[in-house]
Design a protein around this ligand. Structure first.
Ligand SMILES: [Zn+2]
Length: 76
């Protein structure tokens, strides 16, 4: 984790990335057990590629729900 922060921090140190709240739009599922890899319902945590933050499945679901709500769903 620390290494990634250093690698990406170099290029972004000049920009105002930190002042912009991340929408966590790209959440990558992670699994503790190798056998479960690929089964999203068994993911143990989710990782945001944009800000390197990790979320629990519950948090990830909440983020997805809030993202869906922001989109026009059509006729209600
Ligand atoms: Zn994020």
């Amino acid at each position: 984790m620390g290494i990634l922060d250093k690698v990406f921090g170099k290029d972004k140190s000049n920009t105002a990335v930190e002042t912009r709240p991340c929408t966590h739009g790209v959440l990558v599922p992670r699994w503790d057990s190798v056998d479960d890899i690929g089964k999203e319902e068994k993911a143990t945590s989710y990782f945001c590629e944009a800000c390197n933050e990790t979320f629990s499945p519950v948090q990830a679901q909440a983020l997805r729900d809030s993202m869906t709500e922001r989109l026009p769903v059509g006729d209600s």
